[in-house]
Design a protein around this ligand. Structure first.
Ligand code: AR6
Length: 168
């Protein structure tokens, strides 16, 4: 049984086995959650991302996929990097957003992570409307078979938190 929990806060402080990073394909950092994770987690995470770019993901991590690295100095053991789709008003890219949640859970299962924290992927710089992003996140996690025991949605703003708890 997977328990879904909803908290307001900073994902870099989440007391979980794995935190999910809303990354970009380069895996080399950026703003938002990505910036916060690299800043607090330290250079070990970036070094692991560079190794991935030099090996399995020479052309970058495709949208909708996920890959794990060390979490460096974060309380978590692993960071699972995933690349959300950029919001396009004239194109339905929700399958790719759902894929981020599904693939992150698959990677968590491979790692043996029991607890995982998700941010609201794509709802910041990538412009996805928060209500729709929250619906896709919660519905996808509920529909995905996993050995993870707790999925903790960690929402930075009150608006995001309110959007997510609607689907509790
Ligand atoms: N903890 C939890 N949530 C956060 C935090 C935090 N520390 N900081 C921001 N959020 P975003 P995206 C929320 O922009 O839309 C980066 O530059 C934020 O309020 O981090 O997937 C990457 O490198 C929003 O609700 O990710 C990519 O280039 C949510 O996290 C691009 O942004 C996601 O916002 C990815 O854009």
């Amino acid at each position: 049984m997977t328990r879904l929990t909803f908290v307001r806060g900073d994902i870099t402080e989440a007391p979980v086995d794995a935190v999910v990073n809303a990354a970009n394909s380069s895996l080399l950092g950026g703003g938002g959650v990505d910036g916060a994770i690299h800043r607090k987690g330290g250079t070990e995470i970036l070094a692991a991302c560079r190794d991935l770019r030099a090996s399995r993901y020479g052309r970058g991590l495709p949208t909708g996929q996920a890959v794990a690295t060390t979490a460096g100095r974060l309380p978590a053991r692993w960071v699972i990097h995933t690349v959300g789709p950029v919001w396009q008003p004239d194109e339905d890219r929700s399958g790719l957003l759902a894929s981020c949640y599904r693939e992150s859970l698959r990677v968590a299962d491979e790692l043996g992570a029991a607890t995982i924290a998700f941010p609201a992927i794509s709802t910041g710089v990538y412009g996805w409307p928060i209500d729709d992003g929250a619906r896709i996140a919660v519905q996808t996690v509920r529909a995905t078979p996993t050995s993870v025991t707790e999925v903790r949605f960690t929402l930075f703003s009150e608006v995001a938190y309110e959007a997510f708890v609607t689907y509790e």
